[in-house]
Every structure is written in structure tokens, then in C-alpha cells.
Design a protein around this ligand. Structure first.
Ligand code: ADP
Ligand code: MG
Length: 221
């Protein structure tokens, strides 16, 4: 029996991922900077280490390339829902579902060093558990065209939340580490990232469970 508001370790969270014969797609949604990529990585290590091979398939690899964004005059809004190839992401999720275990499904990754997706990312092959992580997994068609097809392709979707000041600080750090000046970083966070965070927050109630990191693990509510 589990209780709302308990704090679970990553190992305990991993035990919440059902054992299935078919491939299981676990979504981790949440605002930018919440710690989704970190949690997805930790879960995959935990699952794989306990004999349940798992792989992370991030949404971030579906960022449109910078030259495409510039041509559309959308580079400054990079990170918003329409700056991703949502149909490509949905199509590849379907491929993950439809491809027999053991056959390869290539999955792109996002390389923060060059700020571009890389086609040669990971290959999902034998893993029965795929952890799909990204901001926009739980959006409706009314919120952002192209994304509503995602949820139906996931078996379960968790939501990782974090307090807004924490998000803000992490995003500022991310952008300065990526080469922006503090002022440019602030413009990006205030003018774009936090707006995206608000859009994502509206989808929180659609998740199967909501997690918030604490110093002892992840609080479930
Ligand atoms: N549980 C946690 N406790 C403390 N810091 C964390 C935690 N999870 C993530 N972080 C830090 O927060 C920042 C954003 O994490 P990341 O996983 O990249 O977020 P997201 O993928 O949601 O944008 C990183 O610097 C990461 O090290
Ligand atoms: Mg991430």
C-alpha cells in the first residue's frame, strides 16, 4: 500500500514501473528545469541495474534545427511547443510501440554543447522499458497543436514538479553555462522559459502521479 505524500527513493520509484511482456513506455513530464532528465537517467540506471533493461528517450531530440528556426523567425522562442517536430516525435513513439523487442529503433538526442539535435542518438532495441521525458507530453490539442497524440502512446505518465524559484535559478544557470550573458539568460527565462513552464503546469493534473524532489528522494502526491 502506498500513501500520497510519502517520499520514495529512486529504487522505490523503479519498483512502481510495472513488469510487462510488451514494451512499456513511461512518460516523465514537467516544466523545464524540474529535473526530468536527471530522474529519467537515475531510473534507467536503477532499472537496468536490477535486471530490467531500460533506456531514456528524450523529447529534446525533436528540437527543430537552428537554421529552420531562424528561417521561421522563431529562434528566440526556441523551446516553445511549435519549435519542436511534434509529428516526428509522435510517429517515433508509435514506432517504439509497434516495433518488436530486439529490432532497432533509432532515437535522436539533443546536444546542449552545439545546441542542436543529433540524429545519431541512442538505439532502442532490447529494452522493454522506455522512459520518455520532456515538457510537453501531457498537452491537449487546444493547448498546442501536434502534441495531443503523445499521451495515448504512453502507458503511464508521471509529472515532476519543482518550485518556481528553483526552476528560475536552474534555468538561469543553464543559459549562462550555455554561453549567454546574465542579462540574455534572464531575458530567455522571463520571456520564454517560464511561459512554457506555465503551459506545462496546466497539464499537471493529467499525470498518473506527481513527484517533487526532496533531499531524501521524491515526494509523491
Ligand atoms: N533531485 C535533484 N536535486 C537537486 N538538483 C537536481 C535534482 N534533479 C535535477 N537537479 C539539477 O537541476 C538541473 C536541471 O535538471 P534537469 O534534469 O536537466 O532538468 P529538466 O530535464 O527537467 O530540464 C540540473 O542542474 C540538475 O543537476
Ligand atoms: Mg531535460
Amino acid at each position: 500500500m502506498t500513501w500520497a505524500n510519502e517520499v520514495l527513493s529512486v529504487g522505490e520509484l523503479a519498483q512502481r514501473v510495472p513488469v510487462r511482456q510488451e514494451r512499456f513506455l513511461l512518460g516523465i513530464a514537467g516544466p523545464p528545469g524540474a529535473g526530468k532528465s536527471t530522474l529519467a537517467h537515475r531510473l534507467s540506471v536503477e532499472l537496468s541495474g536490477s535486471g530490467r533493461p531500460a533506456v531514456v528517450a528524450p523529447m529534446d531530440g525533436y528540437h527543430l534545427r537552428n537554421e529552420v528556426l531562424r528561417a521561421r523567425n522563431a529562434w528566440g522562442r526556441k523551446g516553445e511547443p511549435d519549435t519542436f517536430d511534434a509529428p516526428g516525435f509522435v510517429a517515433d513513439l508509435r514506432l517504439l510501440r509497434d516495433t518488436p523487442i530486439g529490432d532497432p529503433v533509432p532515437w535522436p538526442l539533443f546536444d546542449r554543447a552545439i545546441d542542436e539535435p543529433t540524429d545519431a542518438g541512442v538505439v532502442v532495441r532490447d529494452e522493454r522499458i522506455v522512459i520518455v521525458e520532456g515538457n510537453y507530453l501531457l498537452l491537449t490539442a487546444a493547448e498546442a497543436p501536434g502534441w495531443a497524440g503523445v499521451r495515448g502512446l504512453l502507458d503511464e505518465c508521471w509529472y515532476l514538479d519543482a518550485p518556481r524559484p528553483v526552476l528560475t535559478e536552474r534555468l538561469l544557470d543553464r543559459h549562462t553555462a550555455g554561453g549567454r550573458t546574465p542579462e540574455q539568460a534572464s531575458d530567455k527565462v522571463m520571456g520564454s522559459d517560464l511561459r512554457n513552464a506555465d503551459l506545462v503546469a496546466a497539464s499537471r493534473d493529467r499525470a498518473d502521479q506527481v513527484l517533487t524532489a526532496s533531499d531524501r528522494g521524491y515526494r509523491v502526491s
